[in-house]
Write a protein that binds this ligand. Structure first.
Ligand SMILES: *[C@@H]1O[C@H](CO)[C@@H](O)[C@H](O)[C@H]1NC(C)=O
Ligand SMILES: *[C@@H]1O[C@H](CO)[C@@H](O)[C@H](O)[C@H]1NC(C)=O
Length: 339
């Protein structure tokens, strides 16, 4: 393996199964003010998102109505059978005069520079020979809470963080708040979902209580089923804003989430499962190790079908909500206040 991803970096004793690892690129599908999980049927939803994955993404994605893999005709991800949707909020720079500029995502410099934005997605199986159960059709979940603004609150989600990329290889020094200083290559947002499931419900009213983080390395008895760890790395290109003379005069950092959070503690992610048939379970059972090659074009997966990043770049959706996003904006989309 060429790149050591963060979670697989811990030394694995010889003879112990390292656990499945899929690491792949999902190019930008669309940036839109929709959220079929938290605000189904609502266009516009309260805040802006960047969305990747299958083009069945829609204002409403009720699993009882739509079979995602057969509704989608393309995916922006390199596993060609993955029509899931992955999304996060978007970042803005706030100028001294109070106007906002939308930031762009960029392809991961570690292997996926060809991607037209979007994010890196991982599915990680547990070490050892523990069984990992892939998600069932209709499965969806969120992690994080957009209302959080303090370090104390975010302790509820120990696996959400920011990496200030001084080089593309920077992996240390993760923080739970926005980096306080400039980041030469950009800000990487790390969103790791829980790995335990109640084994029954594909969703729950808060989209979270059917899942749980393990404690002491084990899934709790209420959520006994080990599911793959879904993990997003989204790299925001902050480099046009690295001149400190345009940062706030009080020395604070200038970035805000699309939901008005200037702290970073409100970071959250959304996931709607959409792999075709048993493709994800097969990759987990095969203990597949799928990663970029040196050219970064393919993920070299021994199981399943794949497509190139260039093919993934061609899977796009038109905006449903027409927020103006170019130039300096007098307010965040939807008039979201910064607070
Ligand atoms: C979104 O849903 C509407 C209503 O069901 C449908 O007409 C439309 O084709 C869908 N769009 C996509 C991109 O699937
Ligand atoms: C606000 O600040 C930005 C960045 O410094 C600048 O480009 C823009 O022209 C300013 N807008 C107004 C209305 O002054």
């Amino acid at each position: 393996m060429y790149w050591q991803p963060l979670l697989a970096a811990a030394a694995v004793p010889i003879g112990v199964n390292a656990g499945a690892m899929l690491r792949f690129s999902c190019s930008q599908l669309v940036v839109d003010r929709l959220d079929p999980l938290v605000n189904p049927g609502t266009a516009p939803s309260p805040h802006l998102h960047q969305i990747v994955g299958g083009n069945a993404f829609n204002t409403t994605m009720d699993s009882s109505v739509n079979d995602i893999p057969s509704t989608a005709s393309c995916t922006s991800c390199t596993p060609a059978e993955d029509f899931s949707n992955y999304w996060t909020a978007t970042l803005f720079f706030r100028a001294r005069n109070g106007t906002f500029k939308a930031l762009k995502t960029k392809g991961n410099p570690l292997g996926f520079t060809a991607a037209n934005g979007g994010q890196t997605v991982y599915y990680l199986g547990p070490q050892g020979n523990a069984k990992v159960t892939a998600f069932k059709p209709g499965f969806r979940m969120t992690v994080g809470d957009p209302s959080f603004r303090t370090a104390e609150q975010i302790k509820k989600y120990p696996m959400l963080s920011y990496t200030c990329l001084q080089t593309s290889m920077t992996r240390g020094g993760e923080t739970t708040h926005f980096p306080k200083d400039t980041c030469k290559v950009g800000i990487m947002v790390n969103i790791r979902f829980p790995t335990c499931w109640d084994g029954v419900n594909v969703d729950s009213p808060d989209h979270q209580s059917h899942t749980a983080y393990p404690s002491g390395g084990r899934c709790p008895s209420t959520h006994p089923v080990t599911i793959p760890q879904v993990f997003y790395e989204t790299i925001w290109d902050t480099t046009p804003f690295n001149d400190k003379s345009i940062w706030p005069t009080d020395g604070s950092q200038p970035f805000v989430w699309s939901f008005g959070d200037p702290t970073g503690y409100g970071v959250h992610g959304d996931y709607v499962f959409g792999w075709k048939g048993n493709a994800l379970q097969n990759a987990m059972d095969a203990n597949a190790q799928c990663n970029s090659d040196l050219l970064g074009n393919r993920i070299n997966c021994p199981v399943g079908k794949e497509q190139s990043i260039q093919q993934g770049n061609q899977c796009n959706l038109k905006n449903r909500v027409k927020d103006p996003l170019d130039g300096w904006l007098t307010e965040l989309p939807g008039g979201m206040p910064v607070q």
